[in-house]
Write a protein that binds this ligand. Structure first.
Ligand code: MRU
Length: 356
């Protein structure tokens, strides 16, 4: 297997052979160690999402689907009413782990829909249908990422420099990823790009994950600190910005990793096209605009201590640590989805493709 195939076939989330547990790559250990974690309790599944052992909007959704299937097998002997009530409780519990990426609630809702739609069937039949549903969620993501990569590739040409933020590659999704997918697909076809990966403070997804994936795939990647994006753009090295997304509102505003909106503002200043790439599972047509997106706030320790040999700020210093920000749709050149590239006016064009 060549290097590029290895990267695009990373199994970051999967069921164990007996389907009684779910296995993930512990993304907090990368790039230093490839550690697989296997879990079958609700506490471990919740913790895996909260602590970003599994992360990236689509990967969280896929994981949540598998987790519900694994968990519900333990009470499959109960009558339907009790089974459905316990399923609902666990679904709400997992859903409370992280608020911003809509893929989590989207996948959990899909799983619960199977339970409610099949109320007349035996619980064992329902469990079987749940197994099929979580596999379908995963398979659909593989297909959507591939299509997004094709559309994204149509936006760039041989030799282009692309700047990306956070990690929207195979580890965050399945197979090709979203924002990283066009470069992986292009490389497979013999094209060459130069990618600038923002390190992405404070949790370093760009440094630890994106530069890891691209380097392993043999793509020319240069890691920069977040505050270096401006000079790289000013130098004329960036022809397009590709970023992922955690929730796209109906008007095109979108939440992505903290720092994304700053990159978009810089790109506008330098006249560089700025795209977000994401599957329909990340589009929330029930959310009118970015002001309605809940932004996750995380532990200040991530800013002051994590990854440092010793604390880099006084214990008593206040910290504000939002995990995401909202990029205004006016800064966006396009939204690359599996159904095509959505251009402004986003409210009208998103509705045409994704309206209920
Ligand atoms: O906090 P994270 O690491 O889960 O945040 C992830 C991002 O913001 C990604 O860019 C986004 O989920 C897109 S993944 C295809």
């Amino acid at each position: 297997m060549d290097e590029i195939t290895k990267v695009t076939h990373i199994d970051n989330v999967k069921l164990t052979g007996d389907k009684k547990a779910v296995t993930i790559i512990d993304q907090t250990q990368l790039p230093n160690r490839m550690v697989y974690l296997t879990m079958d309790t609700e506490e471990d599944c919740y913790d895996a999402i909260l602590k970003l052992k599994v992360r990236g909007a689509p990967a969280i959704g896929i994981f949540a689907g598998y987790a519900m299937y694994v968990l519900c097998q333990k009470y499959a002997h109960k009558p339907y009413g009790e089974f459905a009530a316990e399923f609902h409780r666990q679904k709400e519990y997992l859903n409370s782990s992280r608020p911003t990426a809509v893929n989590l609630s989207w996948a959990l809702k899909r799983m619960e829909q199977v339970v409610t739609d099949n109320a007349g069937k035996s619980v064992s039949e329902i469990v079987e249908l749940l197994g099929a549903e979580c596999a379908k969620i995963h398979q659909e993501d593989i297909e959507m990422c591939r299509k997004i990569s094709e559309y994204g590739l149509s936006l760039i040409k041989e030799g282009d420099g692309i700047l990306t933020h956070c990690n929207a590659g195979p580890l965050a999704t399945s197979r090709y990823g979203t924002a990283i997918g066009p470069m992986l697909l292009g490389k497979e076809r013999g094209m060459n790009f130069r990618v600038f990966a923002d390190e992405t403070r404070p949790l370093l997804q760009g440094a630890r994950l994106t530069s890891f994936e691209l380097q392993k795939a043999g793509i020319d990647v240069t890691l920069i600190c977040d505050n270096m994006a401006s000079i790289v753009m000013r130098n004329g090295w960036v022809q397009a910005c590709f970023v992922g997304c955690d929730r796209i509102a109906a008007n095109g505003d979108f939440a992505n990793k903290i720092g994304t909106s700053g990159v978009a503002i810089l790109a506008k200043h330098y006249g560089i096209p700025f795209y977000t790439l994401g599957p329909s599972s990340t589009i929330d047509m029930n959310c009118p605009d970015g002001a309605h997106i809940e932004i996750e706030l995380r532990d200040p320790e991530e800013i002051k201590e994590k990854f440092y040999a010793e604390p880099m700020a006084l214990k008593e210093v206040k910290c504000y640590n939002p995990a995401f920000d909202v990029t205004d749709h006016e800064l966006l050149s396009g939204i690359v989805t599996e159904k095509g590239i959505v251009r402004p006016p986003f409210d009208v064009n998103l509705k045409k493709l994704f309206g209920n």
